[in-house]
Design a protein around this ligand. Structure first.
Ligand code: 13P
Length: 251
């Protein structure tokens, strides 16, 4: 089964309203006429609505960078799937390593976010990835196994059509140190095989697995040439319209 490539830009804690509108408009223009790949952008919560309005009518998918499992209530600092949808978004990122490391989100909390978002009809990007210490200590596969299994606990095969996995080795994020194409492919193949164990082979074959960590115009082509890399989750380079457009135009 051929998987449709997905290029996703995670804007992290960047952009005010004016900057966000400009960037979103440039992305929408940059992908007009391209329909063999999906494009997604994840702006900060404060500009979700503005960004959705700026890309309206284009093929750009708008995502939140995190999401709560509840529809509403006393959850200070959180945003619900209903709010994401009302703002014009249709997807959410969960389990980003910055959420795991800086804000101490664990696998069970991330699983609640993921299942809540799926129940509300959102598409979800589940981020996983090992730290340098875990890789060098020989624990990379065990960490990926745990993050994928616990992240996807309770998800049924039907809902997996709306799940994307992003492999983002923590040591490659924002460091300029990209995983080599061999290192990335090895991790992606491991995750795909694991999806086959958790679900079935057809789910493993259909699920998109993105690579993230210092993706740039200069390395996107060789990454995308790997058999199990189906797209990219881009941080820094997604803030520069020219770079992001070049990444979208990989191949
Ligand atoms: P960089 O592309 O800046 O390394 O960030 C990757 C990332 O964390 C995307 O979610």
């Amino acid at each position: 089964m051929k998987r449709k490539a997905l290029i996703a830009g995670n804007w992290k804690m960047h952009t005010t309203a004016v900057e966000a509108r400009m960037l979103a408009t440039a992305v929408a223009e940059g992908c007009s006429g391209i329909d063999d790949r999906d494009v997604l952008i994840a702006p900060p919560f404060t500009v979700l609505g503005e960004v959705a309005a700026s890309v309206k009518g284009s093929r750009v998918i708008v995502a939140s960078q995190n999401v709560c499992w509840e529809e509403q209530g006393a959850y200070t600092g959180e945003i619900s799937p209903i709010m994401v949808k009302a703002a014009g978004g249709s997807a959410a990122i969960v389990g980003h390593s910055e959420r795991r490391q800086i804000f101490l989100e664990g696998d069970d909390l991330i699983n609640r976010r993921l299942t809540g978002a799926l129940t509300s009809g959102l598409m979800v990007i589940l981020c996983v990835g090992e730290t340098l210490e875990e890789r060098e200590g020989g624990r990379m596969f065990a960490v990926l196994d745990r993050q994928v299994r616990r992240g996807l606990a309770g998800v049924d095969a039907a809902a997996m059509t709306r799940v994307v996995i992003a492999y983002e080795p923590v040591w490659a994020i924002g460091t300029g140190k990209t995983a080599s194409k061999e290192q990335a492919q090895e991790a992606h193949a491991f995750i795909r095989n694991l999806l086959g164990e958790i679900f079935q082979k057809d789910i493993a074959a259909q699920t998109r697995i993105l690579y993230g960590g210092s993706v740039k115009p200069t390395n996107i082509d060789e990454l995308m040439a790997q058999p199990d890399i189906d797209g990219a989750l881009v941080g820094g380079a997604a803030l520069d319209p020219q770079s992001f457009r070049r990444i979208i135009a990989f191949g």
